[in-house]
Ligand binder design. Structure first.
Ligand SMILES: Cc1cc2nc3c(=O)[nH]c(=O)nc-3n(C[C@H](O)[C@H](O)[C@H](O)COP(=O)(O)OP(=O)(O)OC[C@H]3O[C@@H](n4cnc5c(N)ncnc54)[C@H](O)[C@@H]3O)c2cc1C
Length: 371
């Protein structure tokens, strides 16, 4: 039996960020990861480090997201230094474009609610009208009525992030165990054992970070992670000159010059197929925003599955039945990478989640419905 200080199940963005954070804290960590059969949100996302729309009606989520955005530059520098991989982080703020007055009014009301709910923590935002936007964004379409802006937003190369986290994890002595699907486990307080083929691994701590796989794994550890798949589709254009000074919510230009157009939200189960109507809608919205996008070739398109909790807020928990078992689930694993590596992992290393994490517990779903 191989003994570790901690086991992380899942090698996507969440598992890799937490695994790296634990290894950097000096723990001997095994990261167990399924093979190529897996649904991997971490390889099909949009790459936004996005804050402005997070936590409407749930200010603790806005605070957690902001904390992560603040941790991001340190994480990016640390990864670059350790691995030589640039994750291409830019945090110049972000704009969410609104097509038509109705969308703009709704957005303004939402942003104002976010500001109210933030209380003393604060929430800086501004609404821009068409004319002001047109001075910043060449070739803006007439349908764009305006946009919301916050200074907190940014974007990054999320594939480089995943690669860098894995490389840094290995560099800190982490053990990556790919092509292993965890289906069962032996759980006891501070004693977790996994049978992987003919090998058993054991540790006093375990973190379930298996994306959509967490729904089945959590009950084995006295936890609950009722996540479901939500499909998102993305289109990518050929490269063009660098044109936008900041990401625009559902449109962003990569450092290489391609423009990413996204992204849809569909409840279709475990189906990663693409749908022409959805692709058409994504392209249509992009062309209404900037008519010149119609001249660019689409060079890639894909669909991937978000890991979606029932209320859209992350689930972080520790097991009351089996102390030492933790879980992390969210649909913004790029944005939250800073918090996962630099804040969540140290809590796990110390043995308990900070009380600030209590509102994220899956216990919130146990509240009986009103009669
Ligand atoms: C279309 C789309 C756009 C997105 N855009 C953004 C964005 O702009 N910004 C942002 O912050 N987030 C975005 N996301 C979300 C982000 O990609 C996810 O939150 C993140 O990738 C989730 O990472 P994960 O590690 O939980 O899951 P995954 O990437 O799915 O990884 C889970 C891992 O667990 C492994 N696994 C599963 N079950 C088992 C098992 N039983 N045993 C062993 N291993 C197992 C799998 O092999 C896999 O490697 C987007 C997602 C999608 C789909």
């Amino acid at each position: 039996m191989r003994q570790f200080d901690a086991i992380v199940i899942g090698g996507g963005l969440i598992g890799a960020a937490i695994g790296y954070g634990l290894a950097r804290a000096g723990l001997a960590v095994a990261m167990v990861d399924e093979g190529d059969v897996a649904f991997r949100a971490s390889r099909g996302n949009f790459g936004l480090v996005w804050v402005q729309s997070k936590g409407l009606g749930a200010p603790h989520y806005q605070r957690w997201t902001r904390l992560s955005a603040e941790e991001w530059p340190g994480l990016a520098d640390d990864l670059a230094e350790r691995t030589g991989i640039s994750v291409g982080l830019e945090q110049p703020g972000g704009l969410q474009l609104c097509l038509g007055e109705e969308e703009l009014n709704k957005r303004q009301a939402m942003m104002e609610q976010m500001r109210r709910e933030a209380g003393n923590f604060g929430f800086e935002y501004r609404m821009l009208d068409h004319d002001e936007l047109a001075t910043m964004l060449p070739g803006l379409g007439p349908t764009v009525a305006g946009a919301s802006w916050t200074p907190y937003d940014g974007h990054a190369n999320s594939l480089n992030l995943l690669h860098a986290l894995h490389k840094a994890f290995a560099e800190k002595g982490g053990t990556y165990l790919p092509n292993r699907t965890v289906g069962e486990a032996q759980a006891a307080p501070h004693d977790f054992r996994l049978q992987l083929g003919d090998e058993t691994i054991a540790a006093p701590k375990i973190v379930l970070a298996a994306g959509l796989g967490n729904a089945k794994l959590a009950p084995l550890f006295g936890l609950s992670a009722p996540v479901r798949p939500q499909r998102g589709q993305i289109l990518v254009t050929e490269r063009t000159t660098r044109i936008w000074p900041l990401p625009l919510g559902s449109l962003r230009q990569t450092l290489e010059g391609t423009i990413m157009l996204g992204s849809s939200e569909e409840d279709v189960g475990f189906d990663t197929g693409q749908k022409p109507e959805i692709m058409r809608n994504i392209a249509r919205r992009a062309v209404l925003s900037f008519p010149w996008i119609a001249e660019l070739q689409i060079v890639r398109a894909w669909a991937a599955l978000r890991v979606m909790p029932p209320d859209g807020l992350p689930i972080y928990d520790e097991s009351a039945q089996f102390p030492g078992a933790f879980t992390a689930n969210c649909h913004s694993g790029v944005t939250l990478a800073g918090a996962h590596a630099n804040v969540f992992a140290p809590m796990v290393a110390a043995g308990a989640l900070d009380p600030m994490m209590t509102p994220f517990s899956a216990k919130r779903f146990d509240v009986p419905a009103a009669a």
